[in-house]
Design a protein around this ligand. Structure first.
Ligand code: PBG
Length: 335
């Protein structure tokens, strides 16, 4: 039987397409928006001068020497991006079993932090705490045989956090997933008079297959022996994320992060509904590359896919997103 106009009675006269018909009404009722203030831009740094190295698995992403990273920071600040997250590609000669280069006050990331802080003091700087860019085996902690040692690693991470904070990091972001590191780092920062330094915990960090391109970018991938399943979370688990966040907040974390992002938006929403703290998500390297490489192959419109993927994080309740698209997206939003 043909649809009759009076059947609308069953819908109470409501037509959900009505506000979708014009741009002005779509603009009026939109629930979430993106602004350049939503982004933290991850940058990869290398030694050298005027050095720019494309990361093959991440089209559009380059490792930059410190001078160029300073320029990138100026560009980001000009577009309204509030913060950068720095990751070093450490020279192979400085990668050791115990990753002690991580605690060197003069290491690459510390020099990059101070150079950027000097040149662009207004931009927030996030420093990653974990040993993987510094270890010969590519793990985030120190090892005994096959085992990643928890408490021995935490002792080194504390020293790493202190050199980063002293070099100008505003936010210390432990991504290592050792137990107890938030409390240990918070205590050490306070003892050293750095009680203003923010701690952003990668609280719910999953052992993901999508970190591959990042590991190429920092040069840890080819070295990595075995998996990170004994410290990063099992992708099958949601409740474990609640326990991780409860624990990290109890230990003094200011902000929390979910990582990866796009595949874990259910975790973002669940945590947002449960905990009253700023929530961040990391649209990780593999998620960036899926979109970028599909766009290069002509399968997706890059700009539209980028915008939609980032909006999804806001809809899921995130305050901010770590994304390699940050500068591109900010430029589009400001255009
Ligand atoms: C390491 C670290 C990783 C990322 C950020 N910090 C990789 C890993 O845990 O192996 C991944 C980010 C990305 O994939 O973009 N502590």
């Amino acid at each position: 039987m043909a649809w009759q106009k009076h059947d609308m009675e069953f819908l109470g006269g409501r037509r959900l397409r009505r506000p979708r018909m014009a741009g002005w009404s779509r603009d009026l009722v939109r629930e979430t928006t993106l602004t350049p203030h939503d982004f933290i831009w991850p940058l990869f740094v290398v030694e050298g001068q005027n050095e720019r190295q494309p990361v093959a698995s991440m089209p559009g992403v380059e490792r930059l020497s410190i001078d160029l990273a300073v320029q990138a920071a100026k560009d980001a600040h000009a577009e309204g991006i509030p913060a950068l997250a720095l990751f070093p590609n450490t020279d192979p000669s400085k990668r050791t079993e115990d990753g002690h280069e991580a605690t060197n006050r003069d290491n690459l990331v510390c020099r990059a932090l101070s150079a950027i802080k000097d040149a662009v003091p207004e931009i927030g700087l996030v420093a990653d705490v974990a040993l993987d860019p510094y270890t010969s085996h590519g793990h985030d902690g120190v090892m005994a045989g096959e085992e990643i040692l928890n408490d021995e690693t935490v002792a080194i991470l504390v020293q790493q956090a202190l050199v980063q904070a002293r070099s100008g990091a505003d936010v210390i972001a432990p991504s290592d997933m050792m137990d107890g590191r938030i409390a240990a780092i918070r205590q050490a920062l306070d003892d050293e008079g750095m009680e203003k330094t923010i701690v952003l915990s990668y609280a719910a960090k999953y052992a993901s297959a999508f970190y591959g391109p990042f590991r190429e970018a920092v040069g840890s991938g080819a070295r990595l022996k075995g998996s990170k399943l004994t410290y990063q979370m099992d992708p099958a688990n949601a409740e474990d994320a609640i326990r991780e966040v409860e624990q990290d907040l109890a230990e003094g974390a200011d902000w929390i992060m979910v990582k990866p992002g796009m595949l874990y938006l259910d975790i973002c929403r669940m945590l947002k509904d449960r905990f009253d703290v700023p929530l961040f998500a990391y649209q990780i390297s593999g998620e960036y590359s899926m979109i970028s490489i599909a766009a290069q192959a002509g399968a997706l419109d890059r700009d539209a896919a980028m915008a939609e993927s980032l909006l999804a994080f806001k809809r899921a309740g995130c305050s901010g997103i770590l994304t390699y698209f940050a500068l591109d997206m900010a430029r589009k939003l400001n255009a």
